[in-house]
Design a protein around this ligand. Structure first.
Ligand SMILES: Cc1cc2nc3c(=O)[nH]c(=O)nc-3n(C[C@H](O)[C@H](O)[C@H](O)COP(=O)(O)OP(=O)(O)OC[C@H]3O[C@@H](n4cnc5c(N)ncnc54)[C@H](O)[C@@H]3O)c2cc1C
Length: 300
């Protein structure tokens, strides 16, 4: 690994604690860390990281990511690019934009289709990566194209079909984790702002009623198995309220693990294993994690 040049790369910090960037409030350190509010330098940077075989990880708001290692090798890049441009039906958004902001701004402009973003606290980049969705809408329903940087450092435009979205899934998640999503363009339709805003408020209300949003979590721990709900299965195993260290299976929503304060990655992973094992024993269903566990050889 030839990563020494990163010590003098503009803006790079060494041995940076990740906890402040973690929605969950849990994290070790990043060997090298770079926050980018502008993605102009990204193609050259990504090309060089690949040529030198330096590992890298791109994060947004880390609302779906558990930093579970002591120190992440290589470069962690936090994309904070926040740009929304509305051009008729087409809405273009940069990767670092928070989904609730996208939902609010498009509602204000009288554009409908992206209200589900009010229920997803992460960024556009993370949401394209995982085809995020909430309350009946998901990224793939409205995406026209995604702009990306490939591992050679070339900018490319990918169509909806090329993104190969599935339930909380995409080609990026399956086989292109070295590609960086820089922006996406969505198709919206025109509607009076008050009507769009009403639906957006309903999403927020439903979220407050069903999720422990006042506590730190990573959202749904597991994907829903076909025809069922992971929350229902975990609840039926009597696991609501179960606590390991500072982590707890939310009494409000059994598929959420909340950080009561001071939870470690080990606490969270112990609960993840317990939830998965108990559901497997009782129902014979193997739950698939929805959260991303970074820094452990074996995923939860
Ligand atoms: C309270 C709460 C409620 C939630 N509710 C929902 C919900 O209803 N529906 C839902 O789908 N999700 C939900 N989530 C999960 C989360 O908000 C989404 O998965 C979101 O899309 C993640 O975005 P992020 O910026 O936080 O991604 P991160 O956690 O930062 O990253 C997630 C993954 O995407 C990759 N990634 C991030 N940005 C890029 C990029 N620019 N290019 C390439 N790869 C990238 C990362 O490497 C990582 O593997 C919830 C989370 C919380 C905390």
């Amino acid at each position: 690994m030839r990563d020494a040049w990163l010590t003098s790369y503009p803006g790079v910090r060494e041995h940076e604690p990740l906890q402040p960037y973690s929605w969950y409030g849990i994290g070790g350190r990043a060997r090298y860390f770079l926050e980018l509010a502008d993605d102009a330098a990204l193609p050259e940077l990504v090309g060089r990281l690949n040529r030198d075989q330096v590992p890298y990880l791109v994060i947004g708001a880390a609302t779906n990511t558990l930093f579970a290692g002591d120190e992440l090798p290589g470069l962690t890049i936090k994309l904070s690019t926040a740009r929304i441009s509305i051009n008729g039906d087409a809405v273009s958004v940069s990767a670092g934009t928070l989904m609730p902001k996208l939902a609010a701004e498009t509602a204000r402009a009288g554009r409908t289709g992206l209200e589900f973003g009010a229920g997803v606290p992460g960024t556009l980049g993370g949401s394209v990566f995982g085809n995020a969705g909430a309350f009946g809408g998901e990224v793939k329903d409205r995406l026209l194209r995604a702009e990306v940087v490939d591992p050679q450092g070339k900018r490319q435009v990918m169509t909806l079909a090329e993104c190969a979205f599935g339930y909380r899934d995409s080609v990026f998640k399956r086989s292109r984790d070295r590609w960086v999503i820089t922006s996406a363009t969505f198709a919206t339709t025109s509607e009076p702002p008050a009507a769009v805003r009403k639906r957006l408020l309903e999403v927020q209300k439903h979220r407050r009623a069903t999720q422990p949003i006042e506590q730190r979590s990573l959202g749904s721990t597991f994907k829903n198995p076909p025809g069922d709900s992971a929350g229902r299965l975990i609840d039926a195993c009597g696991l609501k309220g179960l606590q390991v260290g500072g982590a707890q299976v939310s009494p409000k929503h059994a598929n959420f693990i909340v950080n009561l304060g001071g939870a470690s990655a080990d606490d969270v992973l112990a609960l993840v294993a317990e939830m998965r094992d108990r559901v497997q024993e009782r129902f014979g269903i193997e739950l698939e994690p929805e959260i991303r566990v970074i820094g452990r050889a074996k995923q939860a």
